[in-house]
Design a protein around this ligand. Sequence first.
Ligand SMILES: NC(=O)c1ccc[n+]([C@@H]2O[C@H](COP(=O)([O-])OP(=O)(O)OC[C@H]3O[C@@H](n4cnc5c(N)ncnc54)[C@H](O)[C@@H]3O)[C@@H](O)[C@H]2O)c1
Length: 261
Amino acid sequence: MRLDDRVALVTGSTQGIGLAIAGALAGKGAQIALHGLCPADEGRRLADAQAGRWGVPVAFFGGDLAMPEANAALVDAVAQRFGRIDIVVNNAGTQHTAPLPEFPLGEWDRIQAINLRAPFLVMQRAIPHMRAQGWGRIVNIASVHGLVASIHKAAYCAAKHGLVGLTRVAALETATDGLTVNAICPGWVETPLLDAQIAARGAQKGLDRAGAIRDLVAEKQPNQTMMPPAWIGEVVAFLCSDAAAGITGAALPVDGGWTAQ
Ligand SMILES: NC(=O)c1ccc[n+]([C@@H]2O[C@H](COP(=O)([O-])OP(=O)(O)OC[C@H]3O[C@@H](n4cnc5c(N)ncnc54)[C@H](O)[C@@H]3O)[C@@H](O)[C@H]2O)c1
């Protein structure tokens, strides 16, 4: 299941799930375009460290994907730097929780822009490259909240359900082109994205961080485990392999049984 010489762009990969995905792909030989919002010198240091760790070329790219024009520019920059683009993982994402009647319009718009519009714009630009090569893998990091709902996550659930639908359309439109397009739907994964939710649960129930995490996970996720980001990375790597050539248009839960209930 090697990915030698494949060029992979992972959006939002300077931390959390994205960094674990980049590591999983690099560990199988892929060249990596790291991307994130951190300052350029910090991004370059991270890229050098990853290149040293995995023994593959790694370059850092910036770009705020909430800005429409940044998405195509990112794909162009990666294709120019590496000469091709074989794998795209739309991972960058953001969260805000509030009851629906009070949900701030600005947060709604920000979440739709980053979690849904950005994958659309990145795919729009990347698919022609992949078609021309006759091979491509796109993995969209959705969420269990692309399949089911939770209170106070109106914008996030709408965007992630939208991303699952968008994934299916892209899969159908590319099905005879040597491409696959799939979504992964993770449950609870320990990353900075959850810090506000963990702090809120701790304050609500008088729990320390570990207790708040246990309480959140116990509520919905049968495996009772706050999952490490590497568990998502390895599934992405499998979907990018030739072994997974027959899987397209799937929305694959990696959710400890959450959506089996
Ligand atoms: N952590 C979880 O429990 C969980 C569960 C299901 C799905 N997800 C999804 O996984 C993905 C990664 O999340 P994470 O938990 O690693 O979060 P994180 O906050 O650790 O990382 C998010 C990444 O997205 C990038 N990003 C955010 N806004 C951006 C913008 N405007 N432009 C460019 N990049 C931007 C950040 O720089 C960062 O690298 C997200 O799409 C998230 O919705 C996370």
